[in-house]
Design a protein around this ligand. Structure first.
Ligand code: MF3
Ligand code: CO
Ligand code: CO
Length: 243
């Protein structure tokens, strides 16, 4: 899991310099695919997963998650989530980050920043004995106090030999409820925050999830190992420090 996590993080490190106005999300997909397969000798988990057609997810502006890379160029002012999952030696590493293209609005920058902070509020709570409802509640409270809403239809998950395992890691909830974390468990935390209402809809392609009111949405994700004393972030990028 440590190896898979490092490789997933390394794909985000590699792609960062390519996320610029004019590049298409399809080109970003091709670069990531080639890096994962040829350099890392790993497998891009999304490709053909339940019929998903590409190797990464690219979710631009009001796309909440599971955006399909394609021919549309990124424009200055866009915000895009790039979600990478690799399989190495049978184990999965899953991580995503927001990228600011050119000069986004203050709102877009703040939404992205607060969403990353919300991820870290969750990570800071990970230790043996904590309940998932405690984590979800903390993330939801952090987001709502800052004027954002939390998407409820999609969540984090256990991860290991399978992409999506139990437990479901909700980004909302009630303290004192839900599964208890134990040393050795691996989970993802991946909050999706909207600038408008929390409601989402699925587009006709069967994958792309957008905000119903077309408000901006942001997401950040890490794969986390529960240790005896706390948490290890398996997908930490080189030079990444908590917000
Ligand atoms: N990487 C996403 C997650 O964080 C799942 C993408 S499923 C796909 O769980 F099929 F769209 F790739
Ligand atoms: Co995930
Ligand atoms: Co992911």
């Amino acid at each position: 899991m440590r190896v898979a996590g490092r490789l997933a993080a390394e794909v985000l490190e590699m792609i960062a310099a390519h996320v610029r106005p004019g590049v298409t999300t399809g080109e970003l997909d091709a670069l990531c695919h080639r890096h994962i397969v040829e350099v890392q000798q790993a497998i891009p988990a999304p490709l053909h997963y339940r019929g998903f057609p590409k190797s990464i997810c690219t979710s631009v502006n009001h796309v909440v998650c599971h955006g399909i890379p394609g021919a549309t160029p990124l424009r200055s002012g866009d915000i895009v989530n790039i979600d990478i999952t690799v399989i190495k030696d049978g184990f999965h590493g899953d991580t995503s980050a927001m990228f600011l293209v050119g000069q986004p609005s203050q709102l877009a920058k703040r939404l992205s920043q607060v969403t990353r902070e919300a991820l870290y509020v969750g990570i800071a709570m990970v230790h043996p004995g904590v309940r998932l409802g405690d984590i979800g509640h903390a993330i939801q409270t952090y987001a709502e106090e800052r004027g954002y809403t939390v998407v409820q239809e999609y969540c984090g998950h256990g991860i290991g030999r399978a992409f999506h395992e139990e437990p479901q890691v909700l980004h909302y909830g009630l303290p004192g409820t839900g599964a208890v974390l134990m040393p050795g468990m691996c989970i993802t935390i991946e909050p999706m925050l909207n600038a408008g209402k929390r409601h989402v809809k699925l587009l006709a392609d069967g994958w792309t999830v957008v905000t119903k009111d077309r408000s901006l949405s942001a997401q950040w994700e890490h794969t986390i190992l529960v240790t005896e004393t706390g948490a290890d972030i398996l997908t930490l990028r080189t030079g990444e420090t908590p917000p």
